[in-house]
Design a binder for this molecule. Structure first.
Ligand SMILES: [Cu+2]
Length: 661
């Protein structure tokens, strides 16, 4: 995809993988500049070039190479993102600022699974409660930015084929004139069932006696099949204004989740986004941005692929039919006020979530698992950034939110509605005492209300608690960065004091949620160095430790120490890279939930790439030594524990051919 030359340095870097614009040598140097000089230690970005070089099947898998990010492995697809040990509604995941929620109460379809990375240009990550422009996101925000449309005709084709008969094909075409532009895209993804290092498929992990094991004809079926189509129309009525309308539709079929006791028949997702932006309105009004969006997901899951469905009056013994919909609007402004820049905005969203459960044990009666819950959120923020001294910048702000949650169907709870209000805020100092050295210090206090599931879910295995309070994260961050043109080293350390953290707890024969006090601290280290003879060295380390201070034991589902060390030879037209990835064992587990320790592991990845004019070819072998290993976040806790862990892929290869015009 050819893109017009943007002024933003990060976007400029993104273009550099196009050989017509810059050589690969400068590409690596640019990457050092962007990740070192431009980005603060609290912010990260992942570019689509890094995604294309890897065999990642979804956004989650692509993001796990970023320091501080891990994934929950549920199957071959739809891996859920975990940021510094925070998951689910503790982090915000957006596409172009659009709030997308999954429909599945077991998170088969996390927000990041509802768009294709062929739609995306880059993904920005803010760690900690420092995003004032959206409600929640107490652990951070992951915001994917869709591709921009360039001038004239443009387009691209990307085709990946790999182990397990997996295919990933996408095509985009666009036309841009001064007044308007149009972009169309389509992506197709398919895979057979992956094998782990012991040579078994991930559908073969259940004991022969388990009712949750896959039926013999399902063991070697497809792991997923996903079609995504999207269109974007842009209009530039004046030199300083732009309007965009974007729509995407995604159809996921037959997605297997060995982690769970059911699989998805389908997810069908609509996403409609409208934005209007006007810049340089007056010397004071620098920018006004308006946004309105709608998205809707329908998700159907059941156990028809499992032995538990055999000899039943219906195709399945259990089924959940779930839908969720979000309607939202935002109005943001940037103003020149005094010596600095003021940002302010108002936003609203309404989310509906409804899920119906049917089981053979209950004569297939419809049970309102999520009783048609509506969440309304109205928020406003004000932020200010100014230079305090020549080499010291201060920025900060406040945000207030009002939240109403109401179940429209009859529930089994003492109350059917509840509401929350909160004030959040943060302050950050950015100081450059010496050339190349930057120190950032921040304190943020973020709040998120309980989600509809935590409040109102009704199932035999899990019961919501409508008396939950909002979680508040009081987080302190310190970042140190030393960055030159040829190398950088970044370190970030944080401490989160979580009041009313929402924790899963045993409750009689079922599980419920309760507010506890918790603490999460951690650190990330990353470095990239340009050595002589076109050799580049990259390394990273991430660590997170969580503690349930109310009950004096570790928090569950906290990833262990992990890291990566890579050596790359990169000249103008080709590169080759070898990477070692490792994770320590995790024995800090929540005994109350019978969480089990996980062993450490070390794997080796090899990849190479070749660029000729508009053509790029990438190939790689991941997990070269065919190691059999698990990520710590690959085992579901009670109440839906299936009793098995999902192993990571064994040795696997891939070839990607990309062509742009
Ligand atoms: Cu589901």
């Amino acid at each position: 995809m050819q893109v017009k030359i943007p002024s933003h340095p990060t976007l400029l870097f993104l273009l550099c993988f196009s050989p017509s614009l810059a050589g690969a040598e400068s590409m690596q140097m640019e990457e050092i500049t962007v990740k070192g000089i431009k980005e603060s230690p609290q912010a990260e970005s992942l570019t689509i070039r890094e995604v294309h070089e890897s065999p990642a099947r979804d956004i989650g898998e692509a993001l796990k190479q970023v320091e501080g990010i891990d994934i929950v492995r549920k199957g071959a697809y739809a891996n859920d993102v975990v940021l510094r040990g925070q998951q689910k509604d503790n982090i915000n995941v957006f596409l172009d600022g659009v709030r997308i929620h999954g429909a599945c109460p077991s998170r088969m379809d996390p927000p990041s699974s509802h768009f294709d990375f062929a739609e995306v240009e880059q993904i920005r990550i803010i760690k900690g409660p420092y995003d004032l422009t959206n409600p929640g996101g107490i652990g951070g925000v992951i915001d994917a930015e869709s591709k921009k449309t360039g001038q004239g005709f443009g387009g691209g084709i990307n085709m990946t084929y790999g182990s397990y008969n997996s295919a990933n094909a996408s095509a985009t075409a666009s036309y841009g004139a001064k007044l308007y532009d149009v972009l169309l895209g389509y992506a197709f993804k398919y895979s057979g069932v992956p094998e782990s290092g012991d040579g078994r498929r991930i559908t073969e992990i259940y004991p022969a006696t388990s009712m949750n094991r896959y039926k013999s004809d399902a063991v070697n079926s497809k792991a997923y099949e996903i079609d995504t189509g999207w269109a974007k129309f842009g209009l530039n009525p004046t030199d300083n204004s732009r309007m965009e309308v974007a729509y995407s539709y995604q159809d996921s079929e037959h997605v297997l989740y060995p982690y769970l006791m059911m699989d998805a028949d389908y997810d069908r997702t609509h996403n409609l986004n409208w934005t209007y932006r006007i810049e340089k309105v007056s010397p004071v009004v620098k920018e006004i941005k308006l946004q309105a969006y709608w998205d809707k997901v329908r998700h159907l899951m059941d156990d028809r692929e499992r032995v538990s469905s055999l000899n039943r009056p219906r195709l399945y013994s259990m089924q959940t039919d779930a839908t969720t919909q979000v309607i939202g609007a935002k109005m943001n402004g940037t103003f020149a006020v005094g010596p600095g820049t003021l940002t302010s905005g108002l936003d609203y969203y309404n989310r509906n979530w409804d899920a119906t459960n049917r089981t053979a044990a209950n004569s297939y009666l419809n049970v309102a698992m999520l009783p048609d819950v509506y969440t309304d959120n109205l928020g406003a923020f004000i932020g200010y950034e100014m230079p305090l001294l020549e080499k010291l910048t201060v920025k900060g702000g406040l945000r207030g939110d009002l939240t109403w949650v109401k179940a429209d169907k009859t529930t089994n709870k003492a109350i059917n509605d509840t509401n929350f209000n909160s004030i959040a805020g943060n302050i950050q100092l950015i100081w450059s005492p010496l050339e190349h050295l930057e120190i950032t210090a921040g304190f943020g206090s973020g709040v998120r209300p309980p989600d509809p599931q935590e409040l109102f879910i009704n199932s035999s295995r899990q019961q919501g608690n409508p008396f939950l309070k909002s979680t508040r994260n009081n987080e302190a961050d310190l970042g140190i960065k030393y960055a030159t043109d040829s190398y950088f080293i970044k370190m970030a350390i944080f401490n989160s004091s979580l009041r009313n953290y929402i924790n899963l707890v045993p409750s009689g024969t079922t599980r419920s949620f309760e507010n506890i006090n918790a603490n999460i601290w951690g650190a990330e280290l990353s470095s990239q160095v340009a050595l002589p003879y076109n050799v580049f060295l990259k390394g990273s380390l991430s660590y997170t430790e969580g503690r349930n201070s109310t009950n004096d034991r570790p928090l569950s589902e906290i990833p262990p120490l992990k890291g990566m060390l890579a050596l790359r030879y990169d000249v103008d037209t080709w590169f080759v890279e070898v990477a070692e990835n490792f994770a320590n064992s995790q024995d800090r587990v929540d005994s109350a939930l019978n969480e089990q320790p996980t062993s450490g592991w070390l794997t080796t990845d090899l990849k190479a790439g070749y660029h000729y004019k508009s053509l790029s070819v990438y190939a790689g072998i991941y997990n070269l030594l065919d190691k059999y290993y698990y990520s710590h976040l690959s085992y579901l806790r009670d109440p839906f524990a299936s009793g098995v862990k999902v192993p990571e892929n064994g040795r696997n290869f891939y070839v990607t051919v990309a062509y742009k015009f």
